[in-house]
Every structure is written in C-alpha cells, then in structure tokens.
Design a protein around this ligand. Structure first.
Ligand code: BG6
Length: 476
C-alpha cells in the first residue's frame, strides 16, 4: 500500500463563483451577488457613505457564475471523463436558508445539492464540501452586521447541521469555512463585515474571526455526533513567506508575517489561541467578547486535516519603502526577484508549494490536503477550435512534481490534490470570467454574453493522463 492508493485527484469550485441563477428556487441574495467588478470589488465597505450595499451596478458577475446550476449533470459527466475521483464544491447558505433566519430549510435548495451528490456517487466521485465559501445571506449582513454578531454563530450552526444531516450518506469530507484567514484582507467577502469611519477595524475582524472559529468547532462537535466517519478540515490561504534578504530584520519580518497568517489554523488544529495574541490584542485595543464555554469548545473540537490553497509564495522586508510590490490572492507582497515572469496574474513558485507543505506539516503533524492550486490567466484563446494552454500544463506539472517530492522525500502526509477552478468560473478578486483557471473552458465573457458551452482545453487531456497514471505521467 502506498500513499497513491487512496490519493484523491480532483478539482474544485465554489457555489458563488459557478452556480448563477441567483434567485432561482427561492434562493436569497448574498454578499457575493452584490459585488461590482474590480477595482472597487475588494474595498472595505463603509456604511456612512455610498457603499456597495446601496449602490446599483449594471452587471453583477456573481449572479451569473458559469451556469453550473443548470449544467451540473453534464459537468459531472465531464469530470468523470477526466477520470478524477474527487470534487470540491460548496453549498450556498442562501439556497438553504434564503435570509438565514427561516424556521425551516428551503427544500428546493436541498434538492439541488442532493441531485449533485447522487450524480457524483453514480460516477464514484468523492465530494469534498465547503459549507461556507465566501458567501452568506445578505439579510444577515444588513440585520446583524455579518459575522461580527454572535447571533450569526447559531444561525450558521443550524444551517450546517441541516446540511450535514441531510447529506450524511453522501459526504465524508467537510470544510466548514473557506480560507478563514482572508477575513483580515477581504472582510466583506470573508465575513460580511461593514465599517463606520474611525472604528477599530482590526477589533471587528478578530471578533468575527472568533465567531467563525467558534462556529467551526461547534459544527465539528455536532457533525461527529451525526456521523462518526465525518472528517473535518480547516482551510487556509497558505503561502510561505520568504525574507527579502538574509538580514535578520527581514527574516524576522517574514517570520512575523507567517505567524499572524497561521493564527487561524493554530486555533483550529491546536484548539487554543497562540500566546502572543494576548499582547497583540492589548496593544491594538482589541477586547474580544467571549463566553467561558467558548474556550472549552475550541479545545475539544479540533480538525482532522488541514486543507489549504496555494497559488504563490509571499515575500517580506523589514523596511519596504523602495521595494516593488505585487498582487497575490491575499494582501500585496514584495516582488520576489528570483521568480520568473509567467502567464499568471500572480508570481509563480512551484518549489514554494513543497516548502509550504513542509512548513504546515512540521507545525501541525496533521494530514494535509491541497484543495486549491491553479493558474489564473487571461491568455486562453481558441486556435483551430482548441485552447492550447501549455502554460497551464507547465504550471500544474511543476507544482505537482513538487507535491510528489514533498510526500516521497520529505514525508508529508497528503490526502489529495484538487485543482482550482477546474471549470472556468468568476474570479473572486476581479469578478471576471476572463481570468480563467479551468481545464474546461466556458464560453462566457465578463458581461455574461456567450453560450456557456463547455470545451476541453489541452490541459484537460494532460491532467487526464496524470490522474490515470496516478501521477507517474508527471515524470515521463
Ligand atoms: C482563493 C479562493 O482565495 O483564491 C477562491 O478560495 C478564488 O474562491 C481563488 O477563486 C483564486 O482567486 P481569484 O481572485 O483569482 O478568483
């Protein structure tokens, strides 16, 4: 028996970026549905001025997705043809509880996901289910201020309980929250947070974080009672931070950056807040509202595995006045001069994946799961009726080789690899369809024009061989 015998090869998507049909079958509006395209998309939302909630924009890409709501059956057929044995998707809270406060769930929403899970079962594809992936009922944001309110904890736990009970026969792997650490970077998307001028934003973000951590632990507690075979994962936007130079100050700056980014997994894996936070909270006038029982709940309900997304490494410098910055899927980072230019919108660092896997495994000694990795690019073009995305193949090949080395040479325990955006979808940071990740092309533009028909890219056939050979093809 080798690690490869049970390895999960697959792909990943989320509800908000794919389903579309935002008001079908009783679904309620979400934060993702009201986001404008970039550049204002990721801005903090202030309530005392014209804001995202009250503005109206001519087009909302999040309401259209890639039409998965209609095409899920044929999409799953395509995944089966690709040969993958796993598929990560999320459930949209507002399909099940349109405002978040209904007494009973919306059966049509539940039925939609049941149909998906049945189809996946028929095709022997293991679902990996994110219960909250960057969306929540807009009603809860307007009424309670999103995850800032403790009230939302119970509403979410109730929603998650309904979902876990209903799909207990279909789903074993659960991820209660996508990339909780993104609350610090995109608080409206990550936690439905809105601000007023001059308030302590950091305090609000950590309060919302505490509520998500608590909800996460409660869901694990209840989930284990529903089905003892359930496995729960914490999901992090991960990226090892390199020091810009070997100057001790730069090394310390990189160390600090990782330390703060890993708070979220520290709590979910170790069941307690790291010690340094007490001083940090004091310095920043952060007074968390907690209840005595919270800490017991966190302690007793830690995760079974650590899942993460990896797109690129980060880089940090002590004094950043004259260094160039670049974008990442998290906050901007110092440009790493050693990483080559590429087709990616973000810097590309395949060895960084091996380093990140080692970093996380050394710290937590828990099975890891890569649940997002892929190349987002504007370069996909039809030539002779095909999309020759050799740049995507190169990206994936180099990352996958490093993944294999991390397992075979470094001893990292790894459950699987799920390629992100396996079917082209609406990007979170830009709101565009044209930033494409998929092995499967979707004929739709940034304004929702197009047939939404699916086409296999060259990378589809390449990944098919990788999966079929259980990874051996990477080294041919
Ligand atoms: C991750 C998110 O942070 O990054 C995904 O979990 C997202 O939902 C992915 O799509 C890539 O980011 P973007 O901005 O290119 O969509």
């Amino acid at each position: 028996m080798t690690w490869k015998d049970s390895f999960l090869w697959g792909g990943a998507i989320s509800a908000n970026q794919t389903e579309g049909h935002f008001n079908a079958d009783g679904r309620g509006l979400t934060n993702f549905d009201i986001l404008p395209m970039e550049p204002k998309r990721l801005d903090d939302v202030y309530l005392d001025q014209d804001n995202i909630i009250n503005q109206s924009y001519h087009f909302y890409s999040g309401r259209h997705g890639n039409n998965f709501y209609e095409t899920y059956e044929s999409d799953i057929e395509l995944l089966a043809e690709l040969g993958v044995n796993s598929f990560r998707l999320s459930v949209a809270w507002s399909r099940i509880f349109p405002t978040g406060e209904e007494e009973s769930p919306n059966e049509r929403g539940l039925q939609f996901y049941e149909n998906i899970f049945k189809k996946l079962k028929e095709k022997k594809i293991e679902p990996i289910v994110t219960i909250s992936h960057f969306d929540m009922p807009l009603y809860l944001i307007k009424k309670y201020g999103g995850w800032f309110s403790r009230k939302v904890v119970d509403l979410y736990v109730n929603y998650a309980t309904v979902v876990m009970k209903r799909f207990s026969d279909y789903v074993q792997y659960w991820i209660p929250f996508n990339e909780m650490n993104m609350i610090m970077h995109i608080p409206f998307i990550g936690a439905g947070l809105t601000f007023t001028k001059n308030e302590n934003k950091l305090a609000k973000k950590y309060q919302a974080t505490h509520h998500q951590l608590l909800a996460n632990a409660k869901v694990i507690q209840i989930g284990r009672q529903i089905n003892s075979n359930f496995k729960f994962g914490c999901m992090m936007a991960a990226a090892k931070t390199y020091p810009y130079t070997c100057k001790p100050e730069d090394v310390f700056s990189a160390f600090e950056s990782d330390k703060y980014n890993l708070i979220f997994s520290d709590v979910q894996v170790k069941g307690k807040y790291p010690n340094f936070l007490a001083t940090f909270f004091e310095k920043n006038q952060i007074h968390l509202q907690t209840e005595q029982e919270d800490f017991e709940i966190l302690k007793n309900n830690t995760v079974d595995f650590l899942s993460f997304s990896y797109y690129s490494s980060a880089c940090s410098v002590a004094k950043d006045s004259d260094v160039e910055k670049v974008k990442t899927n998290g906050p901007d980072t110092v440009k790493n001069p050693y990483l080559p230019a590429s087709n990616s919108v973000w810097q590309v660092d395949p060895l960084g994946l091996r380093i990140t896997l080692n970093q996380l495994y050394d710290r937590y000694e828990l099975p890891l799961f890569i649940v997002e990795n892929g190349l987002g690019t504007y370069d996909d073009q039809f030539v002779d009726g095909r999309i020759h995305d050799d740049y995507r193949v190169n990206y994936l090949k180099e990352h996958l080789k490093n993944m294999v080395l991390a397992v075979e040479e470094d001893g990292v325990e790894l459950i699987g690899y799920l390629m992100w955006g396996i079917i082209d979808l609406v990007s979170v940071s830009e709101g565009k369809m044209s930033k494409r990740y998929g092995l499967i092309y979707v004929d739709a533009d940034d304004q929702g024009h197009g047939t939404y028909k699916r086409y296999r890219k060259d990378s589809f056939y390449w990944y098919q061989k990788v999966v079929e050979s259980n990874g051996d093809y990477l080294f041919d």
